[in-house]
Design a protein around this ligand. Structure first.
Ligand SMILES: O=C(O)[C@H](O)[C@@H](O)[C@H](O)[C@H](O)COP(=O)(O)O
Length: 260
């Protein structure tokens, strides 16, 4: 594993000297989990976000991982997606396809993009129906605890305001506890119309990597990982796995306000 500057166990975070080292470690972490889940259950369900995360996955496109990862067993989802056409510059699918998915042999039928012909409501319903179908075919498991889908690995980013997925601070959607996938039409981060996984789904994951680089996010990192508890936590602080492992991958700038 690329050398870490700081490793903390509770909360679990790793600080790297620079994004290059972080991306090397993230590639090994992801490849190791791919190997584990393919061995254990013959499939690996991976959830992507938008933003800088895709760039941080670039080391998976290099040796040894590009040849050793069993790409044919991957099933790829999005934790949130902008409701735009798939070839639109704002599309998270396009970002991931151009920067990552087009360079590895994941079967196209295993890449679950939104239906871009639908409204936000329609696209959220359609995506949830797709997930329910994948439960039936046993690609996707359900949490025994709560009946929400249990993804093997979610690779999340975080905005400077502490949002994760399209769950923004102070927005009613952070409290959604019935739906698997829901929609937002007034996202404070453009574009306004998106679909997003809900917290019960995010928090049922087996593994989450919360990847944050740069000083713009340092205050939110401090808020989410600091010891002071608030009655109104940031969405990033609401990512809590009861039956899973959350690891924060931080560069020095993102971690600059944390005390060690
Ligand atoms: O659709 C989106 O806007 C992204 O999915 C978003 O949720 C992203 O993960 C964070 O905003 C972090 O973005 P950065 O990594 O670019 O800071």
């Amino acid at each position: 594993m690329a050398e870490a500057l700081i490793k903390s166990e509770n909360p679990k975070y790793i600080v790297f000297k620079g994004e290059e080292k972080l991306s090397k470690s993230l590639a090994k972490y992801t490849a190791d989990l791919s190997e584990k889940f393919v061995r254990e259950r013959g499939a690996f369900t991976v959830v992507l976000s938008g933003g800088s995360l895709i760039e941080s996955l670039r080391k998976l496109l290099e040796a040894p991982y590009v040849d050793t990862v069993e790409w044919a067993r991957w099933h790829v989802f999005w934790v949130d997606e902008r409701v735009v056409k798939k070839d639109h510059p704002d599309s998270n699918y396009k970002l991931a396809f151009d920067g990552f998915l087009s360079k590895v042999p994941i079967p196209p039928g295993h890449v679950y993009a939104i239906n871009d012909a639908l409204s936000p409501e329609g696209a959220a319903d359609d995506y949830e129906a797709c997930l329910r179908q994948l439960v039936k075919t046993e690609v996707l498991e359900l949490s025994i605890d709560n009946g929400f889908p249990k993804f093997d690995l979610m690779l999340l980013g975080m905005g400077p305001d502490g949002h994760v997925a399209s769950l923004f601070p102070g927005h009613a959607l952070v409290k959604e506890n019935q739906r698997w996938v829901t929609f937002i039409k007034d996202s404070p981060k453009p574009p306004p119309q998106r679909i997003t996984f809900t917290f019960p789904v995010i928090n049922s994951s087996s593994y989450i990597a919360q990847v944050v680089c740069g000083s713009n996010e340092s205050a939110a990192v401090h808020n989410a990982l600091g010891t002071e508890k608030t009655s109104d936590p940031l969405p990033a602080a609401m990512v809590i796995l009861k039956d899973g492992e959350l690891t924060w991958f931080l560069d020095e700038a993102a971690a600059s306000l944390l005390q060690d």
